[in-house]
Design a protein around this ligand. Structure first.
Ligand code: GLN
Length: 530
């Protein structure tokens, strides 16, 4: 087993997750089995209870783990199958240490950060690795933060235990270009590496985020002051077109060969053709599409990360450039649906709480009445169902139990949710089967009878309102085979109106666009032609 750790310095948001994912992709292109994991310094047990404004999207795994959105990058860039063991926070570590202390596992000892917390972290480093060849572990936060110290100390200890040939430290920093002075600055990187060295970690590779190309003299300076070989100073310049250019860009910089040589692994041939094909397609689209994303966390684009990516994948499948335009659903409430006229397709993504709901319902109504391709996801399915029951089945008080206590609850909490007292980790989470209806758009898209999709919601379509939907022409095209719960609805009277209770965006990859996203984009492309 070989361990690669990626830390970040100088500032946050350097794109460590993307770099980890892209390195994973490169190592897979060499034929190695890779797994990725993220260790986050915050004290929440997982990001499931955090607002998207705090943390961006919550990414859900097959096993129902609510994780950091970087795990989405890992799954999109590689084939690694991730589990809850690959998403660890300080909160998870501490709660497990405290549980052990209460059980008496520490046999009377004083429980301390070193060795008890660091032992727990090292055990998690190893457990998450499973049986792959190489595990890439990203440490969240920025070097110098108080909270990330136990993780860094554990990395140092692991290298001592496993031997330096099995453990590689990659440090990512910002190398700023000061426009006014016309200079590229190496000092922040030096200082951040100095912080790492203070605790006994000498980075093997320095990945430098930069706006401009790094000339030789800057690379030499970084090399000397940071004590990193010159060939291991890797430039990661801002990408022009797409994040999917990153594996290719890092390959040109030689990151994969350096990592393999430092880990004493054979530098096997590297097949970059699948990535090259993706870039070729992204560079030469047949046409451009505008998709309206009707959300409410629009100030933070990361809140809909996987949906945005899945739409781009849908574009790759249809040779078109998808321009995702965020519309605040509260704007629709204030100004009506005129804003929606420019779109070739409308997508209403997941969400929680009352705010902006009426705007989402208005968007579904607009799409139904104007026959604009509509894709509803989770809350976007619930609002489409409410709209239909309100305006077609004529239940004027149709709503969801989540938003108002009274009225006709088209969307409701089923019994198993009603007894739940704790909010964290208790929604319907993770992968469930869904049986598709023959001849439906969903079945056509998937080309399968039963599919498995990831969930993250507390409320469901109320069985008591199914007939209000179906008697008025809506088709229930997917159901959970075990519980009978409704998973997909579609409107056969329209060109493409499909809404799903699950989150298909979590299973879409650039190399394997999700069938529903591919067909939604196809319908939007055809709509554009008319
Ligand atoms: N708020 C809704 C529920 O809990 C939808 C959740 C979602 O869109 N992820 O059921």
């Amino acid at each position: 087993m070989k361990y690669i750790f990626i830390t970040g310095g100088v500032v946050s948001s350097l794109g460590k997750g993307l770099t980890a994912g892209a390195l994973g992709a490169l190592l897979e292109a060499h034929g190695y089995g890779v797994i990725l994991q993220k260790f986050d310094p915050y004290l929440n047990v997982d990001p499931g209870t955090m607002s998207p404004f705090q943390h961006g999207e919550v990414y859900v795994l097959d096993d129902g783990a609510e994780t950091d959105l970087d795990l989405g990058h890992y799954e999109r860039f590689t084939h690694s199958k991730l589990t809850r063991n690959n998403s660890i926070s300080s909160g998870k570590i501490y709660s497990s240490v405290i549980k052990k202390e209460r059980r008496g596992d520490y046999l009377g000892k004083t429980v301390q950060v070193i060795p008890h917390v660091t032992d727990e972290i090292k055990a998690c480093f190893r457990e998450g690795a499973g049986s792959c060849d190489i595990v890439i572990t990203e440490i969240g936060g920025t070097v110098g933060d108080i909270e990330s110290l136990p993780f860094l100390e554990s990395m140092r200890q692991l290298a001592l235990e496993e031997g330096k040939a099995s453990v590689l430290f990659i440090h990512m920093t910002l190398v700023p270009y000061l426009r006014a002075a016309g200079e590229i600055k190496s000092k922040p990187s030096q200082q951040s590496v100095a912080k790492l060295r203070e605790i006994g970690i000498q980075p093997d590779v320095l990945v430098c985020r930069t706006e401009v190309h790094l000339p030789r003299d800057i690379r030499q300076k970084l090399s000397m002051f940071c004590n990193v070989e010159e060939r291991s100073v890797i430039e990661e310049k801002d990408l022009e077109l797409s994040i999917y250019e990153l594996p290719g860009a890092l390959h040109v910089e030689g990151l994969d060969s350096i990592v393999l040589s430092k880990l004493n692994l054979p530098n096997t041939p590297c097949d970059m053709s699948p990535w090259d094909n993706i870039i070729k397609k992204l560079k030469n689209p047949e046409c451009g599409l505008k998709i309206g994303l009707i959300g409410k966390y629009n100030d933070l684009p990361d809140a809909y990360k996987s949906v945005n990516e899945a739409l781009i994948h849908g574009g790759i499948a249809n040779n078109c450039a998808v321009n995702v335009i965020a519309v605040d659903s509260e704007d629709i409430e204030k100004n009506g649906t005129v804003r929606l006229e420019e779109f070739d397709g409308i997508l209403v993504p997941g969400g929680f709480g009352n705010r902006g709901i009426e705007g989402k319902i208005a968007a579904a109504k607009y799409a139904r009445e104007k026959d604009v391709p509509y894709f509803g996801i989770c809350l976007g399915m619930q609002t489409a169902a409410i709209e239909f029951v309100r305006n077609v089945a004529k239940f004027s008080d149709a709503s969801s139990e989540e938003f108002c206590a009274g009225g006709s609850h088209v969307i409701c909490m089923i019994n198993s949710q009603k007894t739940i007292a704790e909010k964290g980790g208790t929604m319907r989470l993770g992968a469930y089967d869904c049986r598709l209806t023959e001849g439906s758009l969903a079945e056509k898209a998937y080309g399968a009878e039963v599919v498995r999709e990831r969930h993250r919601h507390r409320y469901e379509l109320n069985p008591a309102f199914e007939s209000a939907l179906t008697d008025n022409g809506l088709l229930i095209s997917g159901r959970n085979p075990d519980t009978g719960l409704v998973e997909i609805i579609e409107n056969p009277a329209l060109t493409w109106f499909v809404a799903v209770q699950f989150h298909p965006e979590f299973l879409s990859k650039p190399m394997k666009p999700h069938p529903l996203f591919a067909d939604f984009v196809k319908a939007a492309k055809e709509n554009k032609r008319h």
